[in-house]
Ligand binder design. Sequence first.
Ligand code: AMP
Length: 217
Amino acid sequence: MINIVIFGAPGAGKGTQAQLLAEKFDFLHISTGDLLRQEVAMGTPVGLRAKAIMDRGDLVGDDIVVALLGRALETRSTHPNPEAQLDQWDVERKGMPRRPEGCIIDGFPRTVQQAQTLEFLMRKLKRTIDCVVAIDVPRDELVRRIHERAAISNRSDDTADVIRHRIEEYDLKTKPVLDYYKVSGRLVTVDGSEEISRTNNRICQIINLVSHLKNER
Ligand code: AMP
């Protein structure tokens, strides 16, 4: 099983790429942004606390995000994913759905502290983050993409001021995470300014390589 983090600024295409990769490689996809939006949609106490923070474009506290991620990692990677389409043949053969072949995390870590916490969470599950794929997109293009998404999505954090603030938060708190993974030799950067399919092909090559090297060990 390999574990990958998809990293990038708001608008870099993390969610889109993570979804495509999860389908192609049969990976479990965990997006902390999606986990938070689910809590907001369900109107849970956590969701109510998170909504105001997300609407400002600030980072939600680690107490909330780490708890949601920890729960998703523990339950969804060891038990059937309730949202997943079950492969009927597998269900009939083994009496249970397939376990995912790997895990792809998007939206986490967003601070160096979170990167350290992720190491801890993975160690508890006897796993490691094998590779961090950073999607690099020039600033102007990021802003253009989020504005384009804002026109079709109903995300309350896709407004001009909030977009600006989310990018500031990324520069200040999230970018230093790149050094954390660079120093530990697990960072690969891909050009995300190209078409979605080209960037996706490039990431697929990287994942195949990581998987091959891991199997050789
Ligand atoms: P995303 O869908 O990844 O763009 O995340 C949307 C919003 O959810 C962010 O702007 C944050 O407010 C919050 N969020 C998502 N992931 C995290 C995280 N790892 N740490 C703190 N806040 C997060």
